[in-house]
Write a protein that binds this ligand. Sequence first.
Ligand code: C5P
Length: 314
Amino acid sequence: RRAAVCSAAAAGDAGSTLHLFSPSKVNLFLRIVRRREDGYHDLASLFHVIDLGDDMGFEELAGTATADALTCNMEGVPTDESNLVIKALNLFRRKTGRTQRFRVSLHKRVPHGAGLGGGSANAATALWAANELTGRPASDEDLLEWSGEIGSDISVFFSNGAAYCTGRGEVVEDVAPPLPLGTHMLLVKPPVGLSTPEIFKALDLNRRSTADPRELLARLAAEGATQELAVNDLEQPAFDRLPALLELKQRLQAEGSGFSSVFMTGSGSTIVCMGSDDVPAFLQEPQYADMFVSPTRLITRQPGEWYAAPAPRA
Ligand code: C5P
């Protein structure tokens, strides 16, 4: 069951809880441009927000509170200052001079170490919520700009939902959604996650694609999702580390029906299947019993509004 998004009007009521949907994202293509002096990588990627997401509740604490209070349903998720949600709230206070503390409840569905940006979306949603609950001292543009200070793929959630991202990922250019929003998709993730810094470290720049990212963007909009356009330079280090992930991708390509393309998102370990959400029969085999399998759709947001939770699917 997914909670509905409360209207911003509810934010003014003392003690009321602001319920927000915290979405996730896929990278429809991901090219690594160069390794930088500061240890990061410049990339060129088409990010798209999707409707797999978490539910978050935000409530302002009494003025005497000296810390935010974060609770989470998922085991292993830190609820201290190492959580991006708390980092986002600290960033918000530092930038705006506001002093309010918040009670945050986080109901997670998006897996960790998945390349889906679930934690980054939680941080973006927390920035949006803090701004709503404190009378909107910041603009959308402020939130987008500030978010780059605590992570590379938080800013994209302040786009319209489809964005061509460069720099570390924090330079965001809104684009017209290149694919129909109703496009059916299936996400498949093995229980083992991948660590983003480790995948970047293991990347062999000599084994990258040579595709021009602007051309990928133009062709995606013109031709739709095809296997040729589903470039992700981080598949090489991810598949080196986890050969079973390459095998999974190949089986999804060979044995799935109706998938126009099959590719890894971000630094993995989720494999995205475009064009259908039919679960291939081979995923019933015992070795795949622990797979995370979820249908999803591409979504966008209206200016001035946050992402809406999807309507329950029949
Ligand atoms: O920015 P974020 O904290 O999400 O990045 C996590 C790690 O992933 C970085 O410390 C870096 O090792 C790697 N990274 C990178 N280039 C990027 C984004 C992330 O090398 N563009």
